[in-house]
Design a protein around this ligand. Structure first.
Ligand code: DGT
Ligand code: CA
Ligand code: CA
Ligand code: ZN
Length: 588
């Protein structure tokens, strides 16, 4: 720990003591000690080593012991106990503007309120206003503060914020004073969930850029504004931070604000090992923290910074400190998949089940998009709520799709639909269609859509049986999670990957914005086992073709290349690959 971190803990102790209604002198002692450490102008280690803690004003024996313990171990038993004995709801209430420890204690003592939710209810009922020292105005402020807190705390699906960021970047690009701009943060790293949008621009006149940015139409509010940065609240409660730097600082600022924090820490360390300093202002020839332009190692791009630190370029999606440094130190990072490599999606729906367009319409629009093929894989009958197909209807559908393909061939088109199904995995582990009809289909995806509450053992037995079925090409949305909505069901993903490797079964990367399942964190393992990926839109309407891009972003996070993903292959190669499992099982 450094002195600022020690000071922070002492400050928190003061707050907890006040919440508990401890003797005010005791509380003051912690506040004063924290302030003293913050303003100390020599390293705390040195003071301790030279035994000079007792000479500091107002730091008695008890405090000396606590500071020493914190510095030595990074922890403090006293603080941990204090925290554990305080209801977490009381601490959370302190985040609401206008509520200090005294008021929170009073709410707790007088109205038995010990969580933000209880506080909100009490305010709505009007009981808070009656408390001494509160009143109608304070009560209204607390309610507003709770609402704001909720908005800020919210996390967002990447897919929902991407267009917001694009819209703002368009505005920045058109600004006459902007030299370069781009997104940073979790959005640039293509995280499936993002906290806020981070944008970066370079300019000679930051103030003008900030002024115009904060005056853009459609902002809910301007949260903060300075000469070189601003935070605004967008429609839907999404926060956006813009920072404006000089163009000489752009590359290092972009790198810094792209993160991740964990990745940045390693980069900084690599700089220090080379006698350099890396921070948001640049790369410097210096052994100390600096932003002195005369020490700057000129780097116009991120590539140059990586190079100066002995690394090949790491694409932003991979900057999570999850193995990218070993790769980029050993040689160039392999060319990652790009969404334009994708030739079609193999898992999609039509009006035959719960999709919006007919197979004929789908064929027309997907070929216009320049794709080469598109799977029509509607639900099976067990998914009755989605109008799942019976065997008889599936036969009819196969006929219809073949007729469409015949017509495409006659007209000289190369685009083809693929016949298929997203067949339900039933509770007992059997499939909703018999093997005979699965054998007729180009592509078979098996998905769990029911009995989510099964134990891990039950779920594993169900899924492993399906993985072994020679007619099942692809395992659909492996965990059934819905981001920000529903937890994954209990499955041992690695064991399933192992089984898929053994049986030649592919795994889907379902690119629907709230699924993105199987998760990018598992794909490096799957790749190491030789399991192929299929990036699927699970499209229910035309616009969902755009999910291919989102899915490719997740595959990039996992370091997947074009050849790891079967739907980058041309139709003939894909069709050949789709027969392999059946051939291996002697079914062809
Ligand atoms: P988010 O917004 O929660 O989805 O995640 P990020 O990664 O966008 O985080 P954010 O917006 O707080 O900060 C943007 C980037 O700035 C972050 O990825 C790395 C950098 N950064 C922020 N705080 C720190 C820090 O304390 N240390 C270091 N090394 N980097 C930081
Ligand atoms: Ca962010
Ligand atoms: Ca941010
Ligand atoms: Zn589906």
């Amino acid at each position: 720990m450094n002195k600022d971190q020690v000071a922070e803990v002492l400050g928190k102790i003061a707050v907890l003591l006040e919440l508990k209604g401890e003797n005010p002198f005791k509380t003051r002692a912690y506040v004063n000690a924290a302030r003293l450490l913050e303003t100390l102008n020599e390293p705390l280690e040195k003071v301790i080593a030279e035994n000079r803690l007792p000479t500091l004003k107002g730091i008695g024996e008890a405090l000396q012991q606590k500071i020493t313990e914190l510095m030595a171990t990074g922890k403090l038993a006293y603080y941990e106990e204090l925290k554990a004995s305080t209801p977490p709801g009381l601490v959370a209430m302190l985040d609401i503007p206008g509520l200090g420890p005294k008021k929170v204690k009073m709410l707790h003592d007088e109205l038995s309120i010990s969580s933000v939710e209880q506080l909100e209810r009490a305010c709505q009922e009007g009981t808070v206003a009656d408390l001494k020292g509160f009143g109608e105005k304070t009560q209204a402020n607390i309610l507003a503060g709770i609402a704001r807190r909720r908005t800020y705390a919210s996390r967002h699906l990447l897919y929902d914020v991407l267009p917001l960021a694009e819209g703002l970047l368009d505005q920045l690009r058109q600004h006459p004073e902007v030299v370069r701009c781009g997104s940073a943060g979790s959005l640039r790293r293509s995280r499936e969930i993002v906290g806020d949008i981070d944008l970066l621009a370079s300019s000679r006149h930051p103030r003008e850029v900030i002024d115009d940015f904060t005056a853009l139409p459609g902002l809910l509010s301007v949260i903060a504004r300075g000469d070189t940065k601003a935070s605004v609240l967008l429609e839907g409660g999404v926060q956006c931070d813009l920072r404006v730097v000089s163009d000489a600082e752009f590359a290092s600022a972009l790198m810094y604000f792209t993160g991740s924090k964990e990745h940045n820490i390693v980069m900084r360390q690599r700089a220090i090992e080379r006698g350099l300093r890396l921070n948001e202002y640049g790369l410097f020839r210096s052994k100390e923290e600096t932003r002195d332009p005369s020490l700057r190692v000129p780097c116009a791009t991120e590539e140059e910074i990586f190079q100066a630190l002995g690394l090949h370029y790491v694409p932003p999606e991979m900057r999570e400190d999850l193995g990218e440094f070993e790769v980029a130190a050993a040689g160039p990072v392999p060319r990652l998949i790009e969404w334009t490599d994708l030739k079609g999606s193999l898992h999609n729906h039509s009006t035959w089940s719960d999709g919006r367009q007919t197979p004929a319409d789908i064929a027309r629009s997907m070929s216009e998009l320049g794709l080469a093929y598109w799977g029509v894989t509607d639900h099976s009958k067990a998914s009755f709520q989605a109008n799942g197909l019976t065997v008889a209807r599936l036969h009819e559908q196969i006929r219809e799709v073949r007729e469409i393909n015949d017509a495409l061939a006659r007209d000289g088109h190369e685009f083809r639909l693929l016949t298929g199904t997203e067949v339900d995995v039933l509770k007992d582990g059997s499939l909703d269609f018999p093997d005979e009809i699965l054998a007729e289909l180009d592509v078979v995806i098996a998905s769990v859509h029911q009995a989510f509450k099964a134990t891990e053992a039950e779920m594993m037995e169900r899924i492993l049986g399906v993985v072994r079925n020679p007619y099942v090409h692809i395992l659909g949305h492996l965990t059934g999670r819905l981001l920000l909505e529903r937890e994954a069901y209990l499955v041992d993903q690695r064991a399933i990957i192992d089984a898929c490797a053994e049986n030649g079964t592919w795994i889907e990367l379902n690119a629907s914005p709230s699924r993105l399942d199987m998760d990018w964190r598992l794909w490096p393992y799957a790749k190491s086992k030789g399991v192929k990926c299929v990036i699927n839109c699970d499209a229910h309407r035309f616009e969902h073709a755009g999910y291919l891009r989102l899915g490719a972003g997740m595959a990039r996070k996992a370091g997947l290349t074009r050849d790891d993903v079967v739907n980058t292959w041309p139709l003939e190669k894909l069709k050949q690959a789709l027969t392999q499992k059946r051939r291996r099982a002697g079914k062809l």
